[in-house]
Design a protein around this ligand. Structure first.
Ligand code: ZN
Ligand code: ZN
Length: 348
């Protein structure tokens, strides 16, 4: 069968192979036919040789962590042939740490977790894959065109879950949310903010392309320019750029009792000159919280599935700016300027 592979650490090793072995029964009882995988910055880093780890004993890693497939067989009876299904990316570490031991693999403390298509487990960019029932998320049939958005949605479902848990430390009646960055994560974070009834503001560099209209279609306000010049006091900031100056501005922008959730991964190595004392003063005197958030556990995947099913399906569809047949896989992994989400289509 077909699979898109790389040799981690080796540039230009991206390949479409057509003799990849069928998924081994050990991978899980549920056999799935791939419909699509979404592509993101993590995939680009792996393709560039900067990230990624093949399974033990293998030199190649199958890409693809943003999955969508259709069940071919599920002897456990939880799902049924024809059901839409997504595979959870991260598996708990084998030790396990205290968090993985209770299913909170998103909070793994020892870093020995594995991830499909990223770290030690084959990804979902292959014609067929298998999944254990506890790592399989069934989707509403309405999500057939867009279900590969579940993985990035799980990331923001976790971010919002933790924002709300932090907010519950005291009386909290938040009204205004600011999202920095209008890529897939930022737009999906804004979607979940509107579902929670926030007045939502999204800031991005793009002045043209689909982003401004996508934000307005949510009933949110689109901004360009520096965060510091925005005329609003957000109760929640979800930072999705990882750009150092935006991150700092976002931390300073939150209002009293504000919560700032950082989701963007910066590359580091570009020191900024900034006033740490002034930031500390703001955070202390306003009871602010700044926290980082990554990945998602089973509960967040289920929350994300509900959030996607509730959303305007045509809006979700518009996030997918290119659908590339598997045979043209190299184009799918070559970013272009107006891309929001690029999807590799296994049905063509
Ligand atoms: Zn991704
Ligand atoms: Zn762990």
């Amino acid at each position: 069968m077909r699979a898109v592979t790389v040799n981690p650490g080796v540039r230009d090793s991206l390949r479409l192979v057509d003799d990849y072995p069928e998924p081994h029964a050990e991978e899980g009882a549920i056999l799935v036919e791939a419909l699509a995988v979404g592509i993101c910055g993590t995939d680009h880093e792996i393709v560039e040789g900067a990230y990624g780890e093949a399974p033990p004993g293998a030199s190649a890693l199958v890409l693809g962590h943003e999955s969508l497939g259709r069940v071919l067989e599920d002897p456990s009876g939880i799902l049924h042939p024809g059901d839409l299904v997504v595979g959870i990316v991260r598996h708990p570490d084998p030790v396990p740490c205290a968090n993985c031991a209770v299913g909170e693999w998103d909070m793994c403390r020892n870093g020995e977790y594995t991830e499909h298509g990223i770290k030690g487990l084959p990804g979902f960019a292959r014609d067929r894959w298998r999944v254990q029932p506890r790592f399989a998320v069934g989707l509403d049939p309405v999500l057939a065109p867009v279900g590969m958005l579940l993985e990035p949605t799980s990331v923001v479902a976790k971010a919002w879950d933790h924002i709300e848990r932090i907010g519950a430390r005291a009386e909290w009646q938040p009204q205004t949310a600011l999202v920095t960055g209008a890529g897939p994560i930022g737009l999906l974070a804004a979607l979940l903010a509107t579902q929670r009834g926030f007045a939502v503001h999204v800031l991005d560099r793009a002045e043209t392309g689909p982003k401004p209209d996508l934000v307005r279609a949510l009933g949110a306000t689109y901004h360009t320019g520096p965060v510091s010049e925005l005329d609003l006091v957000p109760d929640v900031v979800v930072e999705c750029t990882g750009a150092p100056s935006v991150v700092l501005d976002a931390m300073c922008k939150a209002g009293p009792t504000g919560i700032v959730c950082l989701t963007g991964v910066s590359s580091g190595g570009r020191p900024l000159d900034f006033d740490a004392g002034a930031l500390n003063r703001e955070l202390v005197l306003e009871n602010n919280v700044v926290f980082g958030s990554v990945n998602a556990n089973r509960r967040h995947w289920d929350l994300a599935a509900t959030a996607l099913a509730r959303a305007d399906q045509s809006w979700l569809d518009a996030l997918i700016t290119r659908r590339v047949p598997v045979a043209e896989y190299a184009q799918a992994y070559t970013p272009t300027g107006d891309d929001i989400k690029v999807v590799l289509d296994f049905t063509r």
